[in-house]
Design a protein around this ligand. Structure first.
Ligand code: ZN
Length: 439
């Protein structure tokens, strides 16, 4: 790769992000002022392309007026907002910062259309599905959702050469085998038929991904990966891949980056790289082997917490296991996702439990009229109580806030799928408690 291009990319990776979008969730009200501002830019055109099931407007922003047509869409899944922020950053950078021009007079060579936030109802509800409860990305063949139907119409009308399907993945993917970093961006050139034919369109998508991967690799150390997915006829990417070169980009986790600002920024670099290579006609520098050399996106490579080498005593027998725990931002409780030899999995938090033994479940009975405070709860944990066995109804809500469960007859030891309410003791004295999502 040219030195000048790498220097340019390094600069691009440091670009300013638009304010107001560094949040865990984005809904239409968050982006409306920025959309409005962009729509009034002389180089941007804004088109109302439809409405969500609940009537929220869905807009397409477009820049350039050349024959090479690129179409992208974001937040088809309402709870996947990272690329929404990224495309707004990218469009404003393209029209306001000529130093990042992808090519001489690029506006005459290409037209870029972006449908920003395809699923505003899901975004408002912080849910994957739309207001009908439909996963839009399983609606591509029956088109019962207004959002899916409008996307398909846009593809048919605009006839893009390249399409970008922009999503978020769960935070637990690793960019390769055991020991790899979290997968901050993952790519796929989806197949358009069951035999997974590689025609000229799909080949172009693979070359674009190889180009984006190598460019990103030159400026960032984060985990980058490639999805391996068979043909799924209900999904949009797979359907649209029959019309044009289609690229799925999944934004993912990065350490100490809860709002995925790394992925946001690297989406901009990736999109800019793709556009630059398209405009300069340099895709033949990349081979299918370059695509296949990208590490595989591994599911469950990570979990939130791993307890290593926990001593357990069940039925008077002693053995050692690792315990993996995940929590979602929405749930007050964390769940045990696996027990056993979890060497291939990494925890965002790793706790060495050598010398610690898991205590059996023990419930505290709370006297009527007791007011629950964090301090009281902490004292219960120190005494080895991991749940409340009896209390007044009014206390149940308070307990839930702290992460303590009220259970009448819990099992003595945890299994996969159970709420994490674990107390680990050294020589019989409680030392570590994992209650709710807290250690
Ligand atoms: Zn998604």
């Amino acid at each position: 790769m040219h030195h000048s291009l790498i220097a340019h990319l390094a600069q691009l990776a440091q670009h300013q992000c638009l304010p107001g979008l560094n949040k865990p969730h984005l809904c239409f009200d968050d982006i409306a002022p920025i959309m409005h501002q962009l729509a009034h830019h002389p180089e941007v055109s804004s088109q109302l392309v439809g409405h969500s099931f609940n009537g929220t407007p869905i807009y397409r922003l477009s820049v350039g007026h050349g024959p090479l047509v690129v179409l992208g869409w974001t937040q088809m899944h309402g709870d996947e907002p990272t690329a929404t922020a990224a495309v707004l950053d990218w469009l404003s950078l393209l029209v306001d910062q000529p130093e990042f021009s992808p090519a001489e007079a690029w506006q005459h060579q290409c037209t870029i259309h972006i449908i920003v936030m395809l699923n505003p109802d899901g975004a408002r509800l912080q849910r994957r599905e739309n207001a009908q409860g439909i996963d839009i990305n399983r609606d591509a063949s029956v088109l019962q959702s207004p959002e899916g139907a409008l996307l398909m119409r846009q593809v048919e009308q605009l006839k893009p050469l390249v399409a970008f399907n922009l999503h978020d993945q769960n935070p637990y993917y690793a960019a390769g085998p055991a020991g790899a970093k979290p997968s901050t961006l993952a790519f796929l050139a989806p197949p358009f038929d069951a035999p997974e034919t590689i025609d000229t369109r799909r080949k172009r998508a693979m070359q674009l991904i190889a180009a984006m991967y190598q460019g990103l690799r030159a400026v960032s150390e984060v985990g980058l990966a490639r999805y391996i997915e068979g043909y799924s006829p209900r999904c949009f990417g797979d359907n649209i891949a029959a019309h044009c070169s289609t690229i799925l980009i999944e934004s993912g986790a990065c350490l100490n980056d809860p709002n995925r600002q790394q992925a946001r920024s690297l989406n901009v670099v990736a999109l800019q790289l793709a556009l630059t290579h398209l405009l300069h006609n340099t895709l033949d520098d990349f081979a299918l082997t370059d695509y296949l050399a990208i590490p595989e996106n591994k599911e469950d490579g990570y979990c939130d917490i791993v307890l290593r080498h926990v001593c357990q005593q069940r039925e008077q027998q002693r053995f050692f296991t690792d315990i993996a725990i995940n929590h979602s931002a929405e749930a007050p409780y964390a769940l045990i996702t696996a027990i056993g030899d979890l060497q291939p999995q990494q925890g965002f938090i790793e706790i060495d439990c050598d010398g610690l033994t898991l205590l059996p479940a023990k419930g505290v009975r709370v006297a009527p009229g007791t007011k629950l405070t964090e301090e009281i709860a902490l004292n219960w944990l120190k005494a080895g109580y991991n749940h409340i066995s009896q209390c007044e109804d009014s206390l149940t809500q308070e307990a839930r806030k702290i992460g303590l469960k009220v259970q009448n007859s819990p099992q003595l030891y945890p299994f996969k799928g159970d709420t994490a309410a674990l107390i680990l003791a050294r020589n019989g004295k409680p030392e570590i408690a994992i209650i709710g999502a807290r250690v």
